[in-house]
Design a protein around this ligand. Structure first.
Ligand code: URA
Ligand code: URA
Length: 317
């Protein structure tokens, strides 16, 4: 490796470490920079003594490189066959985002759901289709839970807490959702939780606050959710709030439809109110309605329901 190249690499790494320490998990890299970084290595690989021992290039992203747009660091390797896993500094791969198996074709045997989700997750983490969201996000919030879950909860989009932590429903609304799940006798680990949008809707000029996803953002991102559901194949889905209902079924009217079973691609779907709505309304009546919806879900899944669970929120007497 030439001295100039090493200096460039070390400067790049130093910069990336600094960003990482500030919580940034993805950066945009122009095709020109990738080109420059790859060139000396390409020369080196032509030397027989090193190319013979070099491990095969690892494709981090299952998608072919698209040189017309910038790429997050996670997919640098796809741009240049010269970069190998050994060449790539380990620090460029976040500990929990290790290289995943290559993608699985849609028609394959129902196999390892975890591996298929991991491959899909790698694609989502590299997505820059909504350039404004890719530029403002700290983390892509893919989803969390059991790849073999029988029950899936679908929300709207990450908020600030979720964007920071890279996990859905970890803020105030998330705490309420977690309590609802636990009251059902389940846990965040046994179900699967995801959102219509994987990136936090940006609020330019504002440090806090949320906004609803635009129809365009929803159309762009919802295919990831469709794929998550196709892989997990849950026995039931809970759509949390109007945006989840709209994103999955293309229909509004959460207040009219909540509590009434719908069907998403053959899977029973229960629309209910969003936990953030419950927090803002602070009305016991709405909480009771959501709990009644969850009892319907438990019945449908054949989960045991105790007297105590049935009696939650029931009017005394
Ligand atoms: N609200 C949502 O819809 N999703 C989250 O992940 C958090 C809050
Ligand atoms: N409107 C929504 O969009 N969601 C709710 O949960 C309730 C009203």
């Amino acid at each position: 490796m030439s001295r100039e190249y090493r200096a460039l690499l070390e400067a790049t790494l130093g910069h990336l470490r600094e960003l990482k320490a500030r919580g940034v998990r993805h950066v945009q890299v122009s095709p020109e920079v990738i080109e420059t970084l790859s060139r000396p290595l390409a020369i080196r690989r032509e030397t027989p003594s090193t190319s013979a021992t070099a491990p095969p290039a690892t494709q981090v992203s299952p998608e072919p490189p698209d040189r017309s747009r910038s790429a997050p660091i996670g997919i640098i390797a796809t741009s240049a066959p010269a970069l190998t896993e050994a060449d790539r500094p380990p620090s460029l791969l976040p500990a929990n985002e290790a290289v995943t198996p290559s993608p699985v074709s849609p028609g394959m045997e129902p196999g390892d759901k975890a591996a298929r989700l991991a491959a899909l997750r790698t694609r989502a983490l590299a997505c820059v289709k909504c350039a404004h969201l890719a530029a403002s996000r700290r983390n892509v919030v893919f989803g969390v839970g059991n790849p073999n879950a029988r029950l899936m909860f679908v929300g709207e989009a990450p908020g600030m807490d979720e964007d920071f932590q890279g996990e859905p429903f970890v803020g105030k609304a998330g705490e309420l959702l977690t309590r609802i799940i636990q009251t059902m006798g389940l846990s965040r680990e046994t179900v699967y939780i995801a959102n219509i949008l994987k990136c936090r809707p940006d609020t330019p000029g504002q440090a806090t606050g949320n906004r609803k996803p635009t129809p365009q953002e929803m159309r762009t991102c919802v295919p990831f959710l469709h794929e998550q559901i196709a892989i997990i194949q849950p026995d039931a889905i809970v759509a949390l709030g109007g945006t989840a209902l709209e994103g999955l079924l293309g229909t509004g009217g959460i207040s009219r439809l909540r509590g009434k079973w719908q069907t998403y691609r053959g899977i029973p779907l229960m629309p209910t109110f969003h936990p953030a709505f419950l927090l803002h309304q602070e009305s016991l009546a709405n909480k009771r309605l959501v709990w009644e919806d969850m009892l319907q879900v438990m019945e449908r899944l054949g989960l045991p329901i105790s007297e105590k669970q049935r009696a939650y929120f029931q009017r005394p007497g």
